[in-house]
Design a protein around this ligand. Structure first.
Ligand code: AMP
Length: 395
């Protein structure tokens, strides 16, 4: 069965068509600048030349129509007609406390996703627009919602509550939700497979280090803590997000610069993290690793923060069997893995295998056989995880 995996943002749409039985990627692509001048679709499929075209797309429905046309195109398409798409798996960012696993999308599910929009105002409405566009153009095809937050719904109360008046949790559901759940789920399961041990007997730390970054602690098969919070702004220093900071800084900057809370939150989301610490030099780790002092300063902050979260999660689980690096930086930056492990994690008995650490793009153990704790690089595959969860619900 072919599963179409959809990831809709406010002006973009990423898609993959995956054969659920063979788990092969049949086609993938991207629509950008939906509803803005200069909309563009890019499409690549096995056995065909990648192409990219500027085409007007006034809304997501038009974008989905173009994707379906591309998939079924006589010349460059990959399926005969739309009846060959068995189901659509949608990435939904926030499921609040309502969703602890993927589910078939019904009218009630859409209402519940809309009710979580308060918690993810930029993401959930866009995700829902994508669902509705697919429903209109693929009538009768089952739609499945896969939530970024679902994997973290096993967090115990002491991990998800903030130390603020309890009524804020009761009234507004202010609590830690966590994100990147599909990735943490996929990578922690792979680690258990690679260790050859049952998932529910292990203590695993997953470091998803990309432009957005988060760490999670998975103890005996359940996520028990994670670094992102009610929103993705909490936790690690990221590409452009600040991560943790003293909340009083908001008032201080507001007073100094006459800015509103909204404006400061925007700075914390878009102008901070390694971009901010490097004085606006770059949010891309390849640039930061080029040897300039601004880059080194930002990388230093990023590495220490990540190592401190790893330490915190060793404490939260009272031990660790494996640490996994994934996502753009985690998978590709030997420099960052070296800096985190060799500078800060010696107390866990970790010894890196330098040669293995310099390999790229493969699932690999990067510690020596003597290392007391194993460290893995495991390329994440959120789309495949979404396709698997979708297939499991519709087959
Ligand atoms: P992601 O959000 O997971 O797609 O990760 C994107 C980030 O990965 C980019 O912004 C880069 O900073 C980082 N990245 C990608 N390739 C490399 C590389 N070879 N070395 C260091 N960082 C990289």
């Amino acid at each position: 069965m072919n599963i179409l995996v959809m990831n809709c943002g406010s002006s973009s749409l990423k898609f993959q068509l995956i054969d659920a039985q063979t788990e092969e990627l049949t086609a993938k692509g991207l629509c950008e600048r939906i509803g803005i001048d200069g909309s563009r679709i890019t499409f690549s499929a096995a056995g065909h030349k990648k192409w990219s075209r500027q085409v007007p797309m006034d809304n997501h429905r038009e974008a989905v129509r173009l994707v379906l046309d591309a998939l079924t195109d006589r010349g460059t398409g990959v399926v005969r007609d739309l009846s060959m798409i068995g189901a659509v798996g949608h990435r939904i960012v926030h499921g609040g406390e309502a969703f602890s696993k993927a589910c078939l999308i019904t009218k009630e599910v859409k209402e519940a996703i809309a009710a979580c929009s308060d918690l993810a105002p930029l993401h959930n409405p866009a995700n829902l627009i994508g669902v509705e566009a697919c429903e209109a153009l693929l009538p009768g095809v089952p739609m499945v919602a896969v939530f970024d937050t679902a994997f973290h719904q096993t967090l115990p109360e002491e991990a998800y509550l903030y130390a603020i008046p309890y009524r804020y949790y009761e009234q507004y559901k202010i609590r830690k939700y966590g994100f990147h759940g599909t990735s943490h789920d996929y990578v922690s399961h792979r680690a258990a497979q690679l260790l050859g041990k049952p998932y529910d007997t292990l203590k695993i730390i997953v470091c998803h280090l990309g432009n957005g970054a988060s760490v999670s602690a998975v103890k005996y098969g359940k996520c028990v803590d994670t670094s992102m919070g009610m929103t993705p702004l909490e936790g690690l220093a990221m590409g452009t997000r600040s991560g943790d900071l003293d909340p009083s800084i908001l008032e201080f900057i507001a007073n100094k610069e006459g800015k509103s809370i909204g404006e400061i939150i925007n700075i914390l989301n878009k102008e901070s993290g390694v971009l901010g610490v490097s004085g606006g030099f770059s949010s891309d780790f390849r640039d930061l690793e080029s040897g300039l002092a601004e880059g080194a300063r930002a990388l230093g902050v990023f590495a220490l923060r990540t190592a401190k979260y790893i330490g915190a999660y060793v404490a939260a689980m009272n031990g660790v069997d494996a640490i996994c690096f994934t996502a753009g930086v985690g998978e590709n930056s030997a420099f960052m893995r070296d800096k985190i492990c060799n500078t800060y994690l010696g107390y866990l008995g970790i010894t890196l295998d330098e040669e293995a650490n310099h390999k790229r793009g493969e699932e690999i153990v990067i510690t020596t056989p003597e290392s007391r704790t194993k460290v893995f690089v495991i390329p994440t595959n959120e789309e495949l995880a979404i396709a698997r969860q979708t297939y499991a619900l519709v087959k």
